[in-house]
Structures are given as C-alpha cells and as structure tokens.
Design a protein around this ligand. Sequence first.
Ligand SMILES: [Mn+2]
Length: 138
Amino acid sequence: MPTPSMEDYIEQIYLLIEDKGYARVSDIAEALAVHPSSVTKMVQKLDKDEYLIYEKYRGLVLTNKGKKTGKRLVYRHDLLEQFLRIIGVDEDKIYNDVEGIEHHLSWNAIDRIGDLVQFFEEDKERVNTLRNIQKNND
Ligand SMILES: [Mn+2]
C-alpha cells in the first residue's frame, strides 16, 4: 500500500502524463510545491516499489501497477470533488478539502460515497430537496 505522500506523487505523475505525455522531475516539483531533490528521492522509491521506471536522462514511465494506481487515485479525487460539490461545499474550499481527506478514507467509504453521488445524480430533485434543507439551516 502506498503512503499518503506516495499517493500524491503517483496521482500527480499520472495527471501530468495524461495531460502532456510525460512527467519531468521539475514539473512534478512544481505541481506538488516541493523541492526537486524531494521528487528525485520519491521517484527512486516509487521505482523500487515498481510503480514506475526512472532513468535519469530519459525521464520516467509508469508501470502497469503505477497506471492502475494512478487511475484509481484520480478517480477518487474527482469523486470526492463531485461529492463535496453536491452537498453544497463552497467552490473555493473544494480542492483543499479533497486534498485533506482523500488519503484517509477506506475504499469501502469511497464506494459508498460513489453510491450517494449516484443517488443525487439520478434525480436532480434530490439535490433541490437538499438545497431546501440547507436554506432553512442557514
Ligand atoms: Mn488529490
């Protein structure tokens, strides 16, 4: 199991490769607001754990394990954003809140949140009912 910090790196590397086709140490450092030397260290650990293959002058590629994990982490992040949006959390708080909670929920909880998101998506009247409750609680 990857640690929360490893998860952040795998998630960002996956997003960068999806977006640009490659992930450079400097891009990863910028995306995570960390020093490039920390990136190099983590990338070496992720290589050792077989999430990616890192060659100093050729860059890095995700292994199948890395791709599978990255895809799941990006799905989890997006689902949690969707969830917070549906329950009415202010748009400017959503990203940081997701960054704060995403590593600390079990996959069981993620799946149940997925059900709840589906429950609201299937019938927008349900969202309106929730908004009415929220209006009364304000
Ligand atoms: Mn995230």
